[in-house]
Design a protein around this ligand. Structure first.
Ligand code: CA
Length: 234
C-alpha cells in the first residue's frame, strides 16, 4: 500500500511518514504542489495525504487535477487543513477529497482514518460500489474485476458470472470464513439442489484465474473442516 504525503511543514511530514512506515505503509513525501503531481504520476499511490495550503499549487487544485486525470488508480485523498483555513470548502468535498483532518491531529488517528478509507468501498458522491484490495479491484455494477499489477496498471480478469459473484462475495468480507452452504446461499439462493461440493469446483476455477499458483493459493484459502476465506493483505 503506497501513500504519498504532500506537506510543506517538514516536522509534520516527518511525523506522518514515520508513523505510517511503522504501520507497514510505503511512503513518499514532497513539499509542493507541482512536485506532488509529478510524484503522483510516477508512483500511482493508493492514498494521498494532501495539505491544503502549499507552495505552488494548493491542495484543492492538486485534488481537482488528480480527479480529472486519475490514471490507473483513482487514489483516496485525505486532506489536511489548519484551523481557520477553508475547511468549509474541503468539507463540501466538491473538491473530490475522501476525508479530511484538522491540524493538529494525532498520528494514530490519521492511521485509523487511512485504514477506514481503505476498507470503505462506498465512495463519496454516490459513485458505484467498488471493492479494492491490495491486488484486486472489483466493480459489481460494471461487472468488472481486475488484477492490480505492480506497475499500478489494471489487468481485467476474464471470469464467468458465477466466478465473478464468488469473488465479489469473498472480497466484500476479507478474512471471513465461509462454509459451503453459506456460499451456496450467496451464489444460488434457494434455487440450489445438489451436492455442496460443487462450490469446490468453482473455487478451483476461480483460483486458476486469480492465483499466481493455484496449487498453493494465497488469496482464496482453504479453511480445513469449514470452507474458504479470502485474504489480500498489505
Ligand atoms: Ca501547509
Amino acid at each position: 500500500m503506497n501513500i504519498l504525503i504532500v506537506e510543506d511543514e517538514s516536522e509534520i511530514a516527518k511525523l506522518i511518514q514515520i508513523t505510517l512506515e511503522r504501520e507497514g505503509f510505503t511512503c513518499h513525501s514532497c513539499r509542493d504542489g507541482f512536485t506532488a503531481l509529478q510524484v503522483f504520476q510516477q508512483q500511482q499511490p493508493d492514498v494521498i495525504i494532501l495539505d491544503l495550503m502549499l507552495p505552488g499549487l494548493d491542495g484543492l487544485e492538486i485534488c481537482a487535477r488528480i480527479r480529472q486525470k486519475p490514471g490507473a488508480k483513482d487514489p483516496y485523498i485525505l486532506m489536511l487543513t489548519a484551523k481557520g483555513e477553508e475547511i468549509d470548502r474541503v468539507i463540501g468535498l466538491s473538491t473530490g477529497a475522501d476525508d479530511y483532518m484538522v491540524k493538529p491531529f494525532s498520528p494514530m488517528e490519521l492511521v485509523a482514518r487511512i485504514r477506514a478509507l481503505l476498507r470503505r468501498s462506498l465512495r463519496h458522491g454516490g459513485q458505484s460500489l467498488i471493492y479494492r484490495t491490495k491486488n484486486f479491484t472489483l466493480d459489481p455494477e460494471q461487472h468488472l474485476a481486475s488484477r492490480i499489477l505492480p506497475s499500478g496498471e489494471l489487468e481485467t480478469l476474464d471470469l464467468t458470472t458465477l466466478e465473478f459473484n464468488l469473488l465479489t462475495t469473498f472480497i466484500s468480507q476479507p478474512g471471513r470464513v465461509w462454509n459451503r452452504s453459506q456460499l451456496i446461499d450467496k451464489l444460488w439462493g434457494n434455487d440450489f439442489f445438489g451436492d455442496e461440493r460443487v462450490v469446490d469446483t468453482h473455487v478451483a476455477r476461480l483460483r486458476k484465474k486469480i492465483e499466481p499458483d493455484s496449487a498453493n493459493p494465497i488469496f482464496v484459502k482453504t479453511v480445513i473442516g469449514v470452507g474458504y476465506k479470502f485474504e489480500d493483505k498489505e
